[in-house]
Design a protein around this ligand. Structure first.
Ligand code: NAD
Ligand code: UDX
Length: 476
């Protein structure tokens, strides 16, 4: 069997790499319109950072896994084609700011229709609105050449960045939606056969196409909702003296609720949660279900509130002014173990601090410096990109980033931050020295003993750190 995947991004890359690893009898060609991205996939420095990915790619590349810009040949030769292109939120026109922009999915479908000379199974891997398969089918069948048959399947991807390889190797489930016709069933079986190379058959779930499409949006909405729920309670904790970690533990031990995705934070980021919930909201509005739309809108509103709340807490704690103060930002990616910054909460935190006149010293182990500057000078973030460039310094080492700063802000939960030498950091910072732990990963007791004034999410600290630094409570 020959497989082609259109879109060599965060999903297409790892998915095809694992598929190639587990299916030596299948030849997989991953194509992209970006020649730069394909060149990176063919180089020693892959375009994305994902633990374990390098090893898998090295093993399979040019054996049964190929990266190419020759989209035409790959489509012509393939029996099965994954569409794994980006589906961002629309930035203009109908549904601007909410609806999914399907222009890349549509262009992939049109390419297939134009190029295909034999039967194809076309698989929606991209996250799409429910009933998007209908549009793809419409394009394909309207341009159908005689004797060519198309089957359309929905096969959403549930991997999370930073754990993509493990998620793909040990998927909780693989979901395949297809048409309820004999041909549809056959197509489902063919795709299922690929996954059966490594996924137990009982974990391969088949549904109708629309259920599959909607399940993907629903899964992301549920996950994000849990984070917004615990983040909403973090505000209650800070106001009352309850500790959100203790609350999350107590609640999560109820086996009906479960303990995962209850980590209060500076707010969720990433390319999926917000986009997919907005997509769901737009669908609900169009279906004249305003109450349902409003319900899911709250998940996003709460996330915005959390990001703003944390940023404001930093400013208020620093005597209500950060003008001309240096602040270190540790972590810029939207979560650990990825270099991806799409929708990262760090952008909101940095934007707020920059607007208040702070100078920022930023360190992230995996995000490229150009990416940070691009994000912070984007027109949606600032009207004065030159001013931002002057106020931001990117560091390749956390100790240089924190030197002579008034405060240190943790925006990403990178493991290496836990093991930093905080005594050394304390000595190199301005006093009083503040730490704002937006990820709740540090040992706050210990930091307070060193002399730091600590603030975090969902727990109110006495100002002992501050009192220590003023000599009211003895230093360690
Ligand atoms: P991405 O932006 O990293 O990659 C998409 C790639 O598609 C880009 O390299 C782009 O150049 C290419 N492309 C677009 N149109 C093309 C065309 N017509 N021909 C050839 N190449 C084309 O996106 P991603 O993060 O991989 O996401 C892809 C889809 O998977 C989205 O729908 C997303 O919602 C979904 N998804 C993403 C994740 C994730 O963690 N990133 C997880 C699950 C699902
Ligand atoms: C998500 C879904 O988990 C995945 O199934 C889907 O395919 C794509 O979208 P991803 O965005 O890569 O994956 O990462 P995820 O681990 O879900 O984290 C998303 C954001 O939520 C991150 O910013 C993370 O730090 C935050 N988060 C996660 C929390 O704040 N608290 C938690 O308890 C979990």
């Amino acid at each position: 069997m020959k497989v082609c995947c259109i879109g060599a991004g965060y999903v297409g890359g790892p998915t095809c790499a694992v598929m190639a690893l587990k299916c030596p009898d299948i030849v997989i060609t991953l194509v992209d319109k970006s020649s730069e991205r394909i060149a990176q996939w063919n180089s020693d420095k892959l375009p994305i950072y994902e633990p374990g990915l390098d090893e898998v790619v090295k093993k399979c590349r040019n054996v049964n896994l190929f990266f190419s810009t020759d989209i035409e040949t790959a489509i012509k030769e393939a029996d099965l084609i994954f569409i794994s292109v980006n589906t961002p939120t629309k930035t203009c026109g109908n549904g601007k700011g909410r609806a999914a922009d399907l222009k890349y999915v549509e262009s992939a479908a049109r390419m297939i229709a134009e190029i295909a000379q034999s039967n194809k199974i076309v698989v929606e891997k991209s996250t799409v609105p429910v009933r998007a398969a209908e549009s793809i089918m419409h394009i394909l069948r309207a341009n159908q050449k005689p004797g060519i048959h198309y089957d359309i399947l929905s096969n959403p991807e549930f991997l999370a960045e930073g754990t993509a390889i493990n998620d793909l190797l040990n998927a909780d489930r693989v979901l395949i939606g297809g048409e309820e016709t004999p041909e549809g069933h056959q197509a489902v079986e063919k795709l299922s056969w690929i996954y059966e190379h490594w996924i137990p058959k009982q974990n391969i779930l088949t549904t109708n196409t629309w259920s599959s499409e909607l399940s993907k949006l629903a899964a992301n909405a549920f996950l994000a909702q849990r984070i917004s729920s615990i983040n909403s309670l973090s505000a209650v904790c800070e106001a009352t003296g309850a500790d959100v970690s203790e609350v999350a533990r107590a609640v999560g031990l109820d086996s009906r609720i479960g303990s995962k995705f209850l980590q209060a934070s500076v707010g969720f980021g990433g390319s999926c949660f917000q986009k997919d919930i907005l997509n769901l909201i737009y669908i609900c509005e169009n279906l004249n279900l305003p109450e349902v739309a409003a319900y899911w809108q709250q998940v996003i509103d709460m996330n915005e509130y959390q990001k703003r709340r944390f940023s404001q807490k930093i400013i208020e704690s620093l005597f209500n002014t950060v003008s001309d103060k240096r602040i270190a930002i540790l972590g810029f990616a939207f979560k650990k173990n990825t270099g991806d910054t799409r929708e990262t909460a760090a952008i909101t935190v940095c934007q707020t601090l920059l607007e208040e006149g702070a100078a920022l010293d930023i360190y992230d182990p995996k995000v490229e410096p150009e990416q940070i500057i691009d994000d912070l000078t984007h027109p949606s973030v600032t009207e004065s990109p030159e001013k931002v460039k002057k106020a931001v310094q990117i560091h390749s080492d956390p100790y240089s980033a924190v030197r002579a700063t008034h405060a240190l802000v943790i925006c990403t939960e990178w493991d290496e931050f836990v093991d930093l030498d905080f005594k050394r950091i304390y000595q190199s910072m301005m006093k009083p020295a503040y730490i704002f732990d937006g990820r709740k990963i540090l040992d706050h007791e210990r930091l307070q003993q060193i002399g730091f004034h600590v603030q975090t999410i969902g727990k109110k600290y006495q100002r002992t750190g501050l009192l220590r630094s003023w000599g009211i409570v003895p230093q360690l």
